[in-house]
Design a protein around this ligand. Structure first.
Ligand code: SF4
Length: 449
């Protein structure tokens, strides 16, 4: 094996991402980037909440100027938080915006249908980033692997690893190391395996790039938090991962405390509130003295997520208490809440499905409808469909590709219209938003089309 080279990405002079630095907490705006006022206001809010890096979507060339303006306004307010441009399907935008922001997130595979052309465009982007000191995140998601790679390896964690290695090798050939990599999936098993395979391969090759971790389309509420913690903590506790985003279908400011908890815990600044543990075979009895409901939820997810994913345990019994908002002890022994928490945890680790599995993107500047309330309504109306996988996605550009293994998908088209998907196939298009949930339910009830 060659000598190991652990790479640290330099996000201009502002931030380091890599083994020499603490875990970096980041998030993404869900404003329209063209709405400069709203985007600046949200960036300020996210920065004040603790975001160390903020991503904004750049869906058109016109919005390159918007992000330039957003950045300038933040800098005038003394906010130097690095900005990341999220670019899909357009090398032209990536090349232009790389001169403006600190980091560009791309999936080079979707730069062009012709793979050789995509490689050429990526090589051009690397040169622009080198000249401007801009970092790149190569962000491949499970749902958006190209046909070329899935024909070779199937829609698998191995395919994700193989796909990203090609671009990383190109970076090495071009002597460009200002790179961060992500291999997100909404399925925690797929996500953890993909990152583990990649970490192993990079070690073998002797060049270890920093990793951005996240469970994509994790949803919202307790379920979204638990799923994110299960996937991210499994990797952080393996020593894999340098920056994290907890994607929630909520106000992005809510992502920060969860991500900060993970960063603090795996950088050794915070410990679980578990006070005792008994293990008998694959059964665990854990006792907690948690300072809040939220802390209990995060602690339990991180304490047992990895062990469930790795099948080291099958059963969890929670005892002890958490403190409610008035400081009263809420007992866990034989409680409905403890049972619910264990059910959610088993579902997040895909060990047992006690309700439908939801895939919902966090939304971004491409979202043209009220994603959060629609998702809540879809969950309310489909709660009885145990085991079914239902996706609610913000846009038609990335939504269908990203919803991976959903049985049904509700995908916003923009202009008040929705497409309904069965697996990967759109079976109804241009449905007015106010009729779309009804239509989705009718189709699910019929079972086919
Ligand atoms: S799927 Fe959701 S998060 Fe992804 S680009 Fe579309 S709206 Fe944004």
């Amino acid at each position: 094996m060659e000598q190991l080279n652990n790479i640290t990405a330099h996000i201009k002079d502002e931030l380091l991402i890599g083994p020499e630095a603490p875990i970096v907490v980041q998030t993404m705006c869900n404003t329209h980037t063209s709405d400069v006022e709203a985007s600046v206001a949200q960036c300020v809010k996210l920065y004040e909440a603790g975001a160390q890096m903020i991503r904004l979507t750049v869906p058109s060339m016109g919005q390159v100027e918007s992000i330039r303006e957003i950045r300038a306004r933040l800098r005038t307010q003394g906010i130097n938080v690095p900005l990341v441009a999220d670019v899909h399907f357009s090398a032209e935008i990536a090349l232009a915006v790389a001169e403006v922001v600190e980091k560009v997130r791309i999936n080079p595979g979707n730069f062009h249908k012709d793979h050789e052309k995509a490689r050429e465009l990526f090589a051009q982007l690397v040169q622009v980033c080198k000249r401007n000191g801009t970092a790149i995140r190569i962000g491949l998601n499970h749902g958006s692997l190209g046909e070329r790679i899935t024909n070779l390896y199937g829609n698998t964690p191995l395919a994700m690893k193989e796909a990203v290695m090609e671009w990383l090798n190109m970076c090495v050939e071009n002597d460009f190391y200002n790179i961060v990599v992500s291999l997100k999936a909404s399925n925690t098993i797929v996500m953890v395996e993909a990152y583990r395979l990649l970490a192993e391969q990079m070690k073998e090759n002797g060049v270890v790039f920093p990793l951005h971790l996240g469970v994509t389309e994790a949803g919202n509420g307790d379920g979204g938090r638990i799923k994110s913690c299960v996937g991210i903590s499994a990797l952080l506790s393996d020593g894999i991962g340098n920056t994290i985003r907890v994607s929630l279908t909520e106000d992005p400011v809510n992502e920060i405390p969860v991500a900060q908890y993970l960063a603090d815990r795996y950088d050794g600044r915070l410990y679980s509130s578990m006070s005792a543990i008994q293990i008998e075979g694959k059964k665990v009895v854990a006792t907690y003295a948690a300072p809040s409901r939220e802390r209990l939820l995060l602690d339990v997810s991180c304490d047992f997520g990895k062990r469930l994913l790795d099948r080291e345990i099958d059963e969890i019994v929670l005892k002890g208490y958490y403190l409610d908002l008035e400081g009263n002890e809420v007992l866990l022994d034989d409680s409905e809440f403890a049972e619910y928490l264990v059910d959610e945890l088993l579902q997040a680790a895909r060990r047992r499905f006690y309700r439908p599995e939801y895939i919902a993107c966090p939304g971004c500047g491409r979202t043209m409808y009220n994603l959060e309330s629609t998702f809540n309504e879809v969950m309310r109306r489909t709660a009885h469909l145990k085991g079914m996988v239902i996706a609610v996605m913000g846009c038609i550009v990335n939504g269908p590709g990203e919803m991976a293994d959903a049985d049904w998908g509700y995908v916003g088209e923009g202009n008040g219209k929705v497409s309904i998907y069965k697996k990967k196939t759109p079976i109804l298009r241009h449905v007015p938003e106010n009729e779309a949930i009804e239509k989705l339910l009718e189709l699910i009830e019929k079972g086919d089309c």
